[in-house]
Design a protein around this ligand. Sequence first.
Ligand SMILES: C[S@@+](CC[C@H](N)C(=O)[O-])C[C@H]1O[C@@H](n2cnc3c(N)ncnc32)[C@H](O)[C@@H]1O
Length: 244
Amino acid sequence: MRLYGDLAPWFHLLTAPADYEHEAERYRETIVGALPDATTLLELGSGGGNNASHLKRSFTCTLSDLSPQMLTLSRELNPECEHVLGDMRLLRLGRTFDVVFVHDAVAYLTTEDDLRACLGTAYAHTRPGGVALFVPDCTRETFEPGTEHGGHDGEDGRALRYLEWTSDPDPGDTAYEVEYVVVMREAGRDTRIVHDHHVLGVFPEHTWLHLLEDAGFEPTAVPAQPDDDDAPQPMFLARRPAGR
Ligand SMILES: C[S@@+](CC[C@H](N)C(=O)[O-])C[C@H]1O[C@@H](n2cnc3c(N)ncnc32)[C@H](O)[C@@H]1O
């Protein structure tokens, strides 16, 4: 996916850190509501570090991602955070955190086996008594096809606009597709247009809950609240039992 590869330096013009303030506050409140003394947090699939740029005020954050280019971008925004390269299905740091946080990056897991592996990673890094918070873009119940557009002007003369077109060719499977058309302008260069095709995963709420239980967690589905685009926001809060 070029968005997280050669186009990673443009990511904050696609989706700006400042726009994450309200949702990050919702995640902070959910975490602190479950674990008032939470201090350390590991994010799996932290991308451009947009949520982390707000969560780091409340937690000592370790940020992990599969893409070295996205980690480079996040390091510029969040120099005080530890950054580690790793796949959320396989990462093993050999230490635990009060909180493991998994946001929209989990959508890049398209099979139950991959999702199971990610939940195993989350469990392995959550301290006994700690919590993991999963915030997928959607569940099978909340998925909606559609189109969105957006983008930002940078302070350095660069500007980006995008069209995001979400569809589900086969509602009977666990994958859907997103086409991104990205238009980039910068001084001294011709305008560039890139098409990026993403395949993402979507699972029913009961699959999330039973895979979380299988991983060893005590999970709850947090009642859906509208996100900043007024779409319902699924969240799964999972506690690692204190004795295990
Ligand atoms: C939309 S971005 C995440 C943005 C992030 N929520 C933020 O606050 O900036 C999705 C990220 O998922 C990462 N990703 C995709 N598959 C992954 C995997 N298996 N393990 C870790 N990261 C993955 C991509 O490299 C990309 O950086």
